[in-house]
Every structure is written in C-alpha cells, then in structure tokens.
Design a protein around this ligand. Structure first.
Ligand SMILES: [Zn+2]
Length: 361
C-alpha cells in the first residue's frame, strides 16, 4: 500500500521532470534533469554534469557531488521537490521495511508516530517541515562534480555541536562540504572561491561518518592515485549503494589525470575496491548498486566488466612498453580496438596509461 503510494508520487514527479525522456539517449543527456530512485534512501540525479547522488529523508538531504555550475538552480529545485516528496508529505511514503528504517521499525502499522493504522495517520498527521541540505561530499575536484558547491552549500544548513537540537533549519550557516584533503589543497592553490571549499576533510584510507544520517551509516573510502590524488568513493551502508565518482565512469575509458596525481594502477585498485565492497544478489547482478561518475546505474557485474577491460588494455600497453615500443607505435597498434566502439576515442587513456607506466620505472 505504502510502496504503491510511494511509486505513484515518484512517478508524478518524474513525469513533470522528464517528459521527453523516452526518445533520448541517456548517455548523451537531453538537457533535462532526471531523478532515479536507486535503493533505500538513495536517489540518482542525472543530467547536471556528473551524476549527483542524493540521500533524502528525515534528517535532511546529503548530496554526493554538486554537478556543473550552470545547472545549480535546477539541481536545487529538483532536490527540494524530492525532499518534499520523500519526507514532507502528510503521510511520508517509504519503501523501507525492517528494523532499521528511518523513524522506526517497519513501514507498516508501527511507524514513527507509534502504533496506528495508515488511515488514522493520514488524518492526524500534519506535514513535517522539510529539512534542508545538510552535507555535500565531493568525489574529486573536477568542476562537473564541484561546480555547484558554493551555491548549494549556501542554500543548505548543517548540524552544529552535540547539544544543538536537530530542528528544522538547524543552526549552522551553510551545508558542510566534505572531501579528501588534497581536494582542499588544490582548491586553495587554484584560487577557487572559499565558499566552495570543503569545510571538513579526511586524510585516512577510509573514514566513518560521525553519526547516522537518514537512518544509516556512511563510509568514505579514499582511493589513492586513481582518477586524481583526491578521489573518494562513498558507501551508504544500509541502502547498500556506492557513489563511485570518476574512478568508475562508464561513458568513456577511465579519465586518468596524471598531472593531478592519477595513475593506471590506482584506477585499477579503485575498481577492485568497489568490487570488494559490493555484494551481488544473484550471479553478479543486483544487490549493491553503484552510481558511476557518469553514465547509467550499475551493479557489481558492470564494475567487473569495466575492470577487466581496463586490466586487459593496461597489460597490452605494458607488454608493448617492455618491447621498447614508443607511444606513437603503441597508438598505431590500437591496443583498445575491440572496445573503441563502446568507449570512444582512446587517445587520452592510452597516453595516461603510457605516462603512468613509464613514470614508475
Ligand atoms: Zn566527471
């Protein structure tokens, strides 16, 4: 009953956001924003540059990445609409079942207003005020992932201090931006305006979010020297969704920014890290869902296929380097030929692999 109501309200919302969806190629983007319910509390916002991961619920909203700057107003409108649909309706619909749902056990009779029938709740419950955007996590420094930081952080309000009530509005001035330490370092060096900087950074291999958010623990994993030297993958432990950022981006070959500390081995390690966390439901399908930096929603099988492709091409290029081939000769030998139809121009990828393998010597 609740799940039906939930799907209906999401469908209404999607209908208004993406009328032209059907005839478009989702990889190319159609200039529109689309919201895809992923699993548990997690939604995927597509079309604002990089994919944006949204956790929406009773504590407020958390975003992984903020898209490109020119899409920010539309992102804010879409996120607000989602928050109202998920948490601000008189009888908030939730697909959550089980003991650890936000607001109490189960989505049945025993919900966060106590024991009563859904019919009674619709009569006695008034809409809860929708809580603001609390946190932003950046998966890397790229402008299509951090472009909305300044404006979206300003539109939000974080929690502050242990003894401040988590009321609507909270009392921090902006949403709190999180990232791996090197993202902050590079932003200060490149004179990005301070309001877009991460206010909180971590520098350890992994970081457990301090406290549950929307009923679940969140874990950040730093994947060293992969796409850049500041990559984070975010794992939502109850919803069982990984937001991967550009260490896993399926619309192209891996983008390895060697100048910003990226490397081919780090990229492979990052993909293996995702495979280490993910648990498929059946024959590599379903189970943990993975939101890539760009492209469609994936599961473990998709990550494994992508990882295998990257390892094969790395091995081919490594072999040619061992046989003293130059970069020009390697490009001419077309080591990516069997994948070019799927992933497009390989030149930047081959150069990055070549550079990072020859740098090591
Ligand atoms: Zn990107």
């Amino acid at each position: 009953m609740r799940i039906t109501a939930f799907k209906f309200s999401i469908a209404l919302m999607l209908g208004s956001l993406c009328s032209a969806y059907a005839q478009q190629n989702p990889n190319r983007g159609d200039g529109d924003l689309h919201i895809l319910p992923v699993q548990g509390n997690i939604y995927m916002l597509v079309g604002a540059g990089a994919n944006i991961t949204v956790s929406a619920g009773y504590d407020g909203t958390l975003l992984v990445d903020t898209g490109s700057e020119q899409m920010t107003d539309r992102v804010l409108a879409a996120v607000k609409q989602l928050a109202i649909t998920v948490a601000g309706t008189p009888y908030p619909p939730s697909p959550c079942v089980g003991l650890r749902c936000p607001g109490g056990a189960g989505s049945g009779a025993f919900n966060h207003w106590g024991w009563s029938s859904p019919a009674i709740n619709t009569i006695i419950a008034s809409p809860a005020p929708v809580k603001p955007i609390r946190y932003i996590i950046n998966t890397s420094i790229d402008s299509d992932h951090t472009g909305g930081n300044a404006k979206i952080a300003k539109a939000g309000v974080t929690f502050t201090g242990g003894n401040v009530a988590r009321g609507p509005g909270g009392s921090g001035e902006t949403a709190e931006v999180w990232a791996f330490e090197t993202v902050l370092n590079r932003m200060t060096e490149t004179k990005v305006p301070e309001v877009a900087w991460p206010a909180e950074t971590y520098y350890t291999p992994s970081y457990k979010w301090n406290g549950f958010f929307n009923g679940e623990g969140i874990q950040l994993f730093h994947t060293p020297a992969a796409h850049t030297d500041g990559d984070t993958i975010v794992y939502f432990r109850y919803s069982d969704v990984i937001s991967a950022g550009d260490v896993f981006s399926i619309t192209s070959y891996p983008v390895i920014d060697v100048a910003k500390g990226g490397s081919i081995q780090g990229s492979i390690d990052a993909l293996n890290k995702i495979l280490e966390i993910a648990i498929p439901q059946f024959r590599s399908q379903g189970g943990t869902y993975i939101i890539p930096g760009h492209g469609r929603l994936c599961d473990e099988g998709d990550v494994a296929n992508y990882r295998n492709m990257v390892v094969k091409i790395r091995d081919r290029i490594q072999d040619m380097i061992k046989n003293d081939k130059t970069l020009q000769q390697i490009k001419a030998a077309r080591p990516t030929l069997d994948y070019d139809g799927r992933y497009g121009s390989p030149d930047a990828f081959i150069e990055a692999v070549y550079r990072s393998l020859t740098q090591k010597r």
